[in-house]
Design a protein around this ligand. Structure first.
Ligand code: HEM
Length: 384
């Protein structure tokens, strides 16, 4: 256990809104030990940015971790050369060029089809019917799991997320996670015979790079857990943020601020992934604090993105600020592989197309927000 200052939290309050506690942690120092999670949290931007590239200390390999056991060892749980090989294999699918020249048009077709159904309805929960659905339909294309439905992608994603966070060993949660991984394997099986096609989906690029089937399956499962909820939460959350800040929406609609600035500020302000875990591989000191081998550490990305040293008035959503220093996608070798795809999906497609199709879009009820490791709106009741 590290000797960082002890900071007690109430897990339920932390889930409801972690930001007040995170601000108090930053006032204490760069690292705090939270007994309720038995984890040392690194809460300031500088220390995370310094620490993340030091993979000989801050290791991603967690052979006994739930992610490895339930989903298989994926790119995010590898270090060094083994990690690089898998990143390289994924690159043709997720590169900035592929996002721009290939995926953007495909995402537009998906959004058009959804909006053609939605617009005549006049009202809906856009968290489900737009954020969740569009994210899942795009993810079907990205992964290449063409036999899956958007509802299945969403159920699988949630079941696997719950499974890998099932620290109390709840048997039902584990069973749902196992059912999801069996279903994902079946969906992969259905696509493997098509291997060798010249296609940029994830299954094909991994096969073309010669990755083992075991790695391929683990990386597809990671992509469904990591690539479904986050674009969903940015699409839905940014719509909510703009509708509750109409002056800022007006700036975007007048062309004075870009949709990309909306994206960057939103992921800074309400980071969809608030935490990235590491294990300490060898004793290490940060300031006065000693981290011991075997300690579990959380890089608190959501906290770094509200770090007062980098962002004035950090708790305000302000699309006119320079949000460029946020680390919502990480800050080291594990920097999100899907970052460019997400920007294309949300800033080039989902937000502009929705606000174009629904010029009088408005909220019709309260919006709930929750989570800290994964944070986002939980509903988005709208009319237009
Ligand atoms: C706005 C949406 C998203 C956010 C905020 C996000 C955030 C993150 C974060 C914080 C990490 C860990 C970074 C670290 O520890 O340094 C990560 C890793 C990863 N993400 Fe994303 N992500 C998003 C969307 C996606 C999408 C759509 C995909 C796939 C299509 C994806 C694929 C991955 C992969 C494969 C990794 C592991 C990279 C590695 O270990 O080298 N992400 N993401």
């Amino acid at each position: 256990m590290s000797d960082a200052p002890v900071f007690d939290i109430d897990p339920a309050d932390f889930w409801a809104d972690p930001y007040p506690a995170l601000a108090r942690m930053r006032a204490v120092g760069s690292l705090v030990y939270v007994p309720q999670f038995d984890r040392t949290m690194i809460v300031k931007r500088d220390e995370i940015v310094n620490a993340e590239p030091k993979i000989e200390v801050f290791s991603s390999e967690q052979p006994e971790g739930l992610m490895n056991k339930l989903l298989g060892q994926n790119v995010m749980r590898r270090d060094g050369e083994a990690h690089k090989v898998e990143r390289k294999a994924l690159f043709p699918c997720v590169s900035p060029k592929t996002a721009r020249d290939h995926w953007t048009a495909i995402f537009r077709t998906e959004a058009e089809a959804i909006l053609a159904e939605l617009v005549p309805k006049g009202a809906a929960d856009l968290f489900i019917e737009y954020g969740t659905r569009l994210s899942a339909q795009c993810l079907i294309k990205i992964t290449g799991l063409e036999t899956a439905t958007w509802q299945e992608m969403d159920v699988w994603s949630q079941a696997m997320i719950d499974g890998i966070a099932n620290y109390t060993g709840d048997a039902e949660v584990e069973a749902r996670c196992n059912a999801a991984t069996v279903a994902v394997d079946a969906a992969i099986d259905a696509m493997l015979p098509k291997a060798g096609q010249k296609s940029l989906d994830m299954i094909n690029v991994m096969l073309a790079a010669g990755l083992s089937e075991e790695s391929l399956r683990a990386n597809i499962k990671l992509t469904i857990t990591g690539g479904q909820n986050e674009p969903r939460d940015v699409i839905s959350g940014a719509i909510w943020a703009l509708l509750t800040h109409p002056d800022q929406l007006a700036l975007v609609q007048a062309g004075e601020v870009s949709w990309m600035q909306v994206f960057e500020e939103f992921v800074r302000w309400l980071s969809p992934i608030g935490m990235s875990p590491r294990i300490i591989a060898q004793e290490h000191r940060i300031g006065d604090v000693t981290l011991e081998a075997g300690d579990n550490v959380f890089f608190m990305l959501g906290s770094a993105n509200r770090d007062e040293a980098y962002f004035d008035n950090a708790g305000s959503f302000d699309i006119t600020r320079d949000a460029g220093k946020h680390i919502a996608f990480g800050a080291g070798p594990h920097f999100c592989a899907g970052a460019w795809i997400s920007k294309a999906m949300v800033a080039d497609v989902a937000l502009p197309m929705l606000f174009d199709a629904m010029p009088d879009l408005r909220l019709t009820d309260d919006v709930r927000v929750g989570g800290w490791a994964f944070r986002g709106v939980l509903n988005l009741p709208c009319a237009w």
